[in-house]
Ligand binder design. Structure first.
Ligand SMILES: Nc1ncnc2c1ncn2[C@@H]1O[C@H](COP(=O)(O)OP(=O)(O)OP(=O)(O)O)[C@@H](O)[C@H]1O
Ligand SMILES: [Mg+2]
Length: 126
């Protein structure tokens, strides 16, 4: 294995706000997983000591808390934007998910179900 990109958290100290913790951690986990993959795929695993950081910026506004996650993985092509909220849309290649599921020692794939973004949007409104 190789080192992943660093993640920088920029957040006010002692920030408290009402939200379902499990839902927030689900969403942030999925977004960070996408960012980490995008950066590694763009720069290549041989760049493990030079990956640009993923930045998580948390800002407290007058009415809302904003959490922004930004990466330098190249972004989502404009033509793919209508697809990203559909279940099973993925650009992940080279992992046979069925094969992994049948294995007796269960090994889940790191990505590739295409569920991350649509499920995160679903839990956001629950
Ligand atoms: N930060 C990002 N940078 C570039 N492309 C992204 C980013 N986030 C999502 N994408 C694109 O959107 C697609 C769909 O993302 P989504 O999280 O729904 O599924 P996935 O990551 O492919 O699979 P899963 O999340 O189920 O493991 C990804 O395959 C990728 O092509
Ligand atoms: Mg994902």
């Amino acid at each position: 294995m190789f080192k992943g990109p660093p993640v920088q958290l920029i957040c006010p100290k002692d920030l408290h706000f009402p939200y379902v913790p499990g839902h927030l951690s689900h969403i942030i986990f999925e977004l960070l997983k996408n960012s980490l993959r995008a950066v590694v795929e763009r720069f290549g695993p041989d760049q493990e000591d030079h990956f640009p950081p993923i930045k998580v910026v948390v800002v407290e506004g007058k009415e809302d808390i904003t959490i922004k996650i930004s990466d330098e993985g190249g972004g989502i092509p404009r033509s793919a934007i209508p697809l990203i909220w559909t279940y099973m849309y993925t650009t992940m290649e080279g992992q046979n998910i069925d094969q992994d599921f049948q294995a007796s020692d269960f090994k889940a794939p790191m990505a590739g179900f295409g569920y991350g973004l649509p499920l995160s949007r679903l839990v956001r409104i629950l």
